[in-house]
Design a binder for this molecule. Structure first.
Ligand SMILES: Nc1nc2c(c(=O)[nH]1)N[C@H]1C(S)=C(S)[C@@H](COP(=O)(O)OP(=O)(O)OC[C@H]3O[C@@H](n4cnc5c(=O)[nH]c(N)nc54)[C@H](O)[C@@H]3O)O[C@H]1N2
Ligand SMILES: Nc1nc2c(c(=O)[nH]1)N[C@H]1C(S)=C(S)[C@@H](COP(=O)(O)OP(=O)(O)OC[C@H]3O[C@@H](n4cnc5c(=O)[nH]c(N)nc54)[C@H](O)[C@@H]3O)O[C@H]1N2
Ligand code: SF4
Ligand SMILES: [Mo]
Length: 909
C-alpha cells in the first residue's frame, strides 16, 4: 500500500442523479476525505445538493464487497475465492449453458449507473460475442418510455434541450417530476430564474403537492394516470384559441390532422371530469403555454412509469410541436434523466431492443453495420426480453444463469414476490456489486466486487446530453475491479471456456477505458449522436461537452432540431394519436386507496450508499406511509400507528403519517426502504408488473391498496452510539447491518441512523406476541447493553425492561422494552451528547415529554447547516420570512435543497 500523500483534488461527477453535477474529490491518495462542487462544470457551476455534498461520508468501507465470494452449492454459505477462480467458474457455468441450451439460456441485467465504457463492454459481450439480445437494464424501469416517446415523435432518442432552456423559458410545464427532490440542482436554476423574472409561469402537474408543486403558479393535482386527457384538452384549447403554429405544422410535422380530430371532443370540461382538476385551470395552463414566447416542458417518472408511459410522453411532446416551440432557446420537450448515466447506456444501445449508437434492431442495414464494425459475422435481430420479461423468463427456468451488475432488482423491480421466485429458481446468479449487503446480493451464487465512485475512470452523459470524463481519486477498495475490466476479464475467460479464445482477445483488446471509449465514439460516426470528435484529453481540455460532437467540431451542440428537420424518414416530426387509458389498477371496494411511490430528498434508491450517512436520515428517518388526514380518520388511524398496507400482490407494515400534501384516497410510500432498513421489501411488495406495450416500462408509480391498523402491542426500542473515536462511525454501521439481519424475525422492524457527527443507530421493533427473551438478550448484547454497569429497570409483571449505557455523564446506549414513549427526547439526548446528570432519575421513567432542560429538536430541515424544524417554526412564529430565516438561522444558504420546504413552511404548510 502506498503511503498517504498530502491532500489532493481529482475531478469527477456526482454518481447520483441525471443532473450530472461536477465534483472535485478531496483525498490523500488512499482515502476520500471530502467533496466540493466543481465551479467550472456547466451542470452545477459549483453547487451540490444534500446527497452530493455528503458523498465522501458514503465511501466508508463497512458493507463494501471486498473480494469475490462463491457459493459452491446451494446449501452452503459463500466463501472467499480468488478472482481467477471466480471468473473461471462463471465462464464454465455460462459456457456449459450456452453450448448445451443456446445463447438465450443466459441473461444480463445492467444499470444506468454504470459508466459508458462499462456498458459498452457488456453490450458487446452479449450481442457481439455470446450472440443474443438477453441484455436489459434498470433503465427499463426508468427512462424507456421517454426513449420510446422521443423515437415515435422526433425520430430518435435525443432530448433536444439544455439546462439553460429552463432559465430562459417564459412558461415551464413540469409534469410527473418532483425536481425539488429528484433533480435539486437543476431546480435551483429554475428557482433563481423565477426570482429574477417573477412573471415566468410555472405549472406543475402532480397528484401530490410536492415541494416542486408548492412553488408553482398553477398546480394541477391530477388524478394519477390521466395526464393524456389533460394534454389533449390543452391541445384542444390551443387549437380553438388559434394558439397553434400552422406554419411550423405544415413545414415540419406530419399527422396533426388525425390528432386534431381526436381531441375535438376532448375539451377541458371532459378532461376536468376525468383528471379531477378544475376546467378553468386546464384552460389557464393551455393559455399560458400558448401565449408564452418560450415554453418548455419537463417530465420524469410520473409520466414514464405507466402502462401508457410512451403515449404520455408523446402527448406532452405534441404540445411543443403544435406550437412550434422546439429547437430554439427556452423551448422544447425535456425528459429529465433519472440515473447519472442512463443516457450513456442509451447511446451504446445497451438494452434488449436497442443497437449501438441509436441503430435500429429492426433495420437489416443497421444490424449489418454493427456486425461489420465489431468484426463478427452477424448480430442477433430478435429483441431480447425487457426487464420484467427477463425475470419472468428466469422464473420459468428459460434463462438459467443471470448476471446482475450495478442494480438491485430484489428491491427495485415491481411485484417482489415474483422476483424472489425468479432469483430462487435461477441456477447461477452472478452479482457484480460495490456493496455486499444488498437484497440481490443475498441471492448471489457468485459475488464480484466492483470499484465504485471515486475509484473508476470513464465517461457519463447527463440529462442535457453532456458528456463528462470522470477520474479515479483512490484505488479500488480491497480486490474490487472496475466494471468494464470485469466485463473484459469475463469475456476472455468465456472465450477460453467456449474454445473461442482468439476471437475473445480480438473483440476485447482494451488496455484501459479510453480504448473502449474511442471504439464507442467511432461507432457513432455519421449518426445523430456523433461523438467521433471526442477523446478523454479533449474532454479534460475543453470541459464536458454536449453531443453531437463530430470529428473536427470545436464545441458540442446545445439544442437539436433548430433547422426544423427531424431524423425521421420524411424529415418531419410526427404526431400520434395516444390511447386513452387511466392507471393499470384503479382503487375498488377491496383496495380502496391508491398508493403512489416516489423519492425522498435525501435518499438514493436502495440506500446502499446514502443509507450509510447519518445526516441523510434527519429529513425522514423511519420508513412510513403518508395518508390524507380524512383517510386517517376514515380508517381510524392515529399519527404514528403501525398499519398493514396490502395490495393484490403483497403486504407490508409501515408507520402511518398524516400528510395534507396528498388528496383524499391517495397514499405515498417512498421507494427507498427495503430489507436493509425494514422487515419487508417496502413499496415493491405492493406494485404490479404490468408494462407499457411500446417501452415495456412497468407501472411502478401506483397500485390499489388497503390500509388497516395492526395490533402489535409488544414494542421495543434500541439505540447505540459510540464515544469520539476513529472507529465510532464504523461501529455504528456494523451494528446497523447486524440489526438488519434481525428484522425478519419481527412483525414490524425498522433500523435507521440518527445524528450527524456522532451517528446513533436506532432499532424499532413491534410484535404480536411477547418478544422472546433470547432475542432481546442477543440484541442487548449486540449493543453492549448486557454490561453489568448499565442502569437498569425491570418490571417483569408488566413486561417492561430498560437499560441505559453511560460513558461518564453521556448516554451511549439504550434499550426500552415494553414501554417506549420516552424515545423521542432520549434520542435527542443521545445524538446531542447532552450530559444527563440532571436527568439521571428520569432516564428509565415512563416520560413521554422531556423533563425541563432536556433538548428537543425534531426533524432537521437544513442538512448542511443542521437547522431543525422546531428552530425554523419558532423563527417563523417571530415573523421571519424565507430571507429572514436565511439571515437568522442560515438555513437554506448552502446547498439550497431545503429552500422549497422553507417557502412552504413560511406559507403556512
Ligand atoms: N433524492 C433522489 N433523487 C433522485 C433519485 C433518488 O433515488 N433520490 N433517483 C433518480 C432517478 S433514477 C430518477 S428516475 C428520478 C425520478 O425523479 P422523479 O420522477 O421526479 O421522482 P419520483 O418521486 O419518482 O416521481 C415524481 C412524481 O410523480 C408523481 N406522480 C405519480 N403518478 C403520477 C401521474 O400519474 N401523473 C403525474 N403527473 N405525476 C404522477 C409523484 O407524486 C411524484 O411526486 O430521480 C433521480 N433523482
Ligand atoms: N416502486 C418503485 N420502484 C422503483 C421506482 C419507483 O419510482 N417506484 N423507480 C425505478 C427507477 S426509476 C430506478 S432507476 C430503479 C433503481 O433501482 P436500482 O438500480 O436497483 O437502484 P440502486 O439502489 O441505485 O442500485 C444500484 C446498485 O449498484 C451498486 N453500485 C454502486 N456503485 C457501483 C459500481 O460502480 N459498480 C457496481 N457494479 N455496482 C455499484 C449499489 O450498491 C446499488 O446496490 O428503481 C426503480 N424502482
Ligand atoms: S443534483 Fe444532487 S444528486 Fe443530482 S448530480 Fe447534482 S449533487 Fe448529485
Ligand atoms: Mo430511475
Amino acid at each position: 500500500m502506498n503511503a498517504p500523500q498530502p491532500l489532493q483534488e481529482t475531478r469527477a461527477t456526482c454518481p447520483y442523479c441525471g443532473v450530472g453535477c461536477g465534483v472535485w474529490i478531496q483525498h490523500d491518495g488512499q482515502q476520500i476525505l471530502g467533496v466540493r462542487g466543481d465551479p467550472d462544470h456547466p451542470a452545477n457551476w459549483g453547487r451540490l445538493c444534500t446527497k452530493g455534498a455528503s458523498l465522501h461520508l458514503s465511501t466508508r468501507p463497512e458493507t463494501r464487497l471486498l473480494y469475490p465470494e462463491l457459493r459452491r452449492s446451494r446449501d452452503l454459505p459463500r466463501a472467499r475465492v480468488s478472482w481467477s477462480e471466480a471468473l473461471e467458474t462463471a465462464a464454465r457455468r455460462f459456457a456449459e449453458l450456452i453450448q448445451r441450451e443456446g445463447p438465450e439460456s443466459v441473461g444480463f441485467y445492467l444499470s444506468g449507473q454504470l459508466l459508458t465504457e462499462d456498458y459498452y463492454v457488456f453490450n458487446k459481450l452479449v450481442k457481439g460475442f455470446i450472440g443474443s439480445n438477453n441484455v436489459d437494464t434498470n433503465s427499463r424501469l426508468c427512462m424507456s418510455s421517454a426513449v420510446a416517446a422521443y423515437k415515435q415523435t422526433l425520430g430518435v432518442d435525443a432530448p433536444p434541450c439544455s439546462y439553460e432552456d429552463m432559465e430562459q423559458a417564459d412558461c415551464l410545464l413540469i409534469v410527473g417530476s418532483n425536481m425539488a427532490y429528484a433533480h435539486p440542482i437543476a431546480f435551483r436554476r429554475i428557482e433563481a430564474a423565477k426570482s429574477e423574472r417573477p412573471d415566468m409561469r410555472l405549472i406543475v402537474v402532480d397528484p401530490r403537492r410536492t415541494d416542486t408543486a408548492a412553488m408553482a403558479d398553477l398546480h394541477l393535482a391530477i388524478r394519477p394516470g390521466t395526464d393524456i386527457w389533460l394534454f389533449n384538452a390543452m391541445l384542444h384549447v390551443l387549437i380553438w384559441e388559434g394558439l397553434v403554429d400552422r406554419t411550423y405544422l405544415e413545414a415540419h410535422t406530419e399527422g396533426f390532422a388525425a390528432l386534431q380530430a381526436h381531441v375535438q371532443d376532448m375539451g377541458p370540461a371532459v378532461a376536468a371530469r376525468i383528471c379531477g382538476v378544475p376546467e378553468a385551470d386546464i384552460v389557464q395552463a393551455a393559455r399560458w403555454w400558448g401565449a408564452s414566447p418560450r415554453a418548455l416542458s419537463l417530465w420524469c417518472q410520473g409520466l414514464n412509469q405507466s402502462v401508457h408511459g410512451t403515449h404520455n410522453g408523446a402527448a406532452l411532446i405534441a404540445l411543443s410541436l403544435a406550437t412550434g416551440r422546439l429547437g430554439t432557446p427556452g423551448n422544447g420537450p425535456f425528459s429529465l434523466t433519472g440515473q447519472p448515466n442512463a443516457m450513456g447506456g442509451r447511446e451504446v444501445g445497451g438494452m434488449a431492443n436497442l443497437l449501438s449508437a441509436h441503430r435500429d434492431m429492426k433495420n437489416p442495414q443497421d444490424l449489418a453495420e454493427i456486425a461489420h464494425f465489431w468484426g463478427v459475422p452477424s448480430v442477433p435481430s430478435k429483441p431480447g426480453p425487457s426487464a420484467v420479461a427477463l425475470f419472468e423468463a428466469v422464473r420459468r427456468g428459460e434463462i438459467k444463469a443471470l448476471w446482475v451488475a450495478c442494480t438491485n432488482p430484489a428491491h427495485s423491480m415491481p411485484d417482489q414476490a415474483l422476483i424472489r421466485e425468479a432469483l430462487e429458481r435461477c441456477e447461477f446468479l452472478v452479482v457484480q456489486e460495490a456493496y455486499g449487503n444488498t437484497e440481490t446480493a443475498a441471492y448471489g451464487d457468485l459475488l464480484l466486487p466492483a470499484a465504485t465512485w471515486g475509484e473508476k475512470e470513464g465517461t457519463v452523459t447527463n440529462s442535457e446530453r453532456r458528456i463528462t470524463h470522470v477520474n479515479p481519486a483512490v484505488p479500488p477498495l480491497g480486490e474490487a475491479r472496475a466494471d468494464w475490466r470485469i466485463g473484459v476479464d469475463f469475456a476472455q475467460a468465456l472465450g477460453r471456456a467456449l474454445g473461442r479464445e482468439a476471437e475473445a482477445q480480438r473483440l476485447f483488446p482494451y488496455a484501459g477505458p479510453e480504448a473502449v471509449f474511442l471504439e464507442h465514439a467511432a461507432s457513432t460516426q455519421g449518426r445523430d449522436l456523433d461523438i467521433s470528435g471526442l477523446t478523454y484529453g479533449l474532454l479534460e481540455d475543453l470541459g464536458p461537452q454536449q453531443w453531437p460532437f463530430p470529428r473536427g467540431a470545436r464545441a458540442g451542440q446545445a439544442r437539436l432540431y433548430g433547422s426544423g428537420r427531424f431524423p425521421t424518414p420524411s424529415g418531419r416530426a410526427r404526431f400520434l394519436v395516444p390511447t386513452l387509458e387511466v392507471a393499470a389498477e384503479e382503487p375498488d371496494r377491496d383496495y380502496p386507496l391508491r398508493v403512489i411511490t416516489g423519492r425522498l430528498r435525501d435518499q438514493w434508491h436502495g440506500m446502499s450508499r446514502t443509507g450509510k450517512v447519518a445526516r441523510l436520515y434527519s429529513h425522514v428517518d423511519e420508513p412510513r406511509i403518508e395518508l390524507h388526514p380524512e383517510d386517517m380518520a376514515r380508517f381510524r388511524i392515529q399519527e404514528g400507528d403501525l398499519v398493514r398496507v396490502s395490495s393484490r400482490r403483497g403486504s407490508v407494515v409501515l408507520r402511518a403519517q398524516s400528510a395534507d400534501s396528498l388528496q383524499p384516497g391517495h397514499a405515498f410510500v417512498a421507494m427507498h426502504w427495503g430489507r436493509n432498513v425494514l422487515n419487508s421489501s417496502g413499496a415493491n411488495e405492493l406494485t404490479l408488473n404490468q408494462v407499457d406495450p411500446f417501452s415495456m416500462q412497468p407501472e411502478l408509480k401506483q397500485a390499489a391498496v388497503r390500509v388497516e391498523t395492526v395490533s402489535l402491542p409488544y414494542q421495543a426500542l434500541f439505540m447505540r452510539t459510540f464515544p469520539e473515536a476513529k472507529e465510532a462511525v464504523g461501529r455504528t454501521l456494523e451494528i446497523g447491518a447486524a440489526c438488519a439481519r434481525w428484522l425478519p424475525h419481527f412483525a414490524y422492524g425498522a433500523v435507521f441512523l440518527a445524528g450527524r457527527e456522532h451517528p446513533a443507530v436506532v432499532l424499532r421493533l413491534a410484535h404480536d406476541r411477547p418478544l422472546p427473551e433470547a432475542w432481546l438478550e442477543a440484541l442487548n448484547r449486540l449493543m453492549d447493553l448486557d454490561q453489568p454497569d448499565c442502569l437498569s429497570y425491570r418490571d417483569s409483571c408488566r413486561g417492561i425492561a430498560k437499560r441505559a449505557l453511560m460513558a461518564g455523564e453521556v448516554l451511549m446506549g439504550l434499550s426500552l422494552i415494553g414501554e417506549t414513549a420516552a424515545e423521542p427526547w432520549l434520542r435527542d439526548l443521545i445524538v446531542a451528547r447532552q450530559p444527563v446528570a440532571q436527568f439521571r432519575a428520569w432516564l428509565l421513567a415512563p416520560l413521554a415529554q422531556p423533563p425541563a432542560g432536556a433538548c428537543g429538536r425534531g426533524k432537521t430541515i437544513c442538512n448542511c447547516l443542521n437547522v431543525s424544524e422546531s428552530e425554523i417554526r419558532a423563527a417563523i412564529a417571530r415573523g421571519a420570512d424565507v430571507e429572514g430565516l436565511k439571515d437568522q438561522l442560515k438555513c437554506g444558504t448552502s446547498c439550497g435543497s431545503c429552500v422549497p420546504e422553507l417557502k412552504r413552511m413560511v406559507a403556512g404548510g
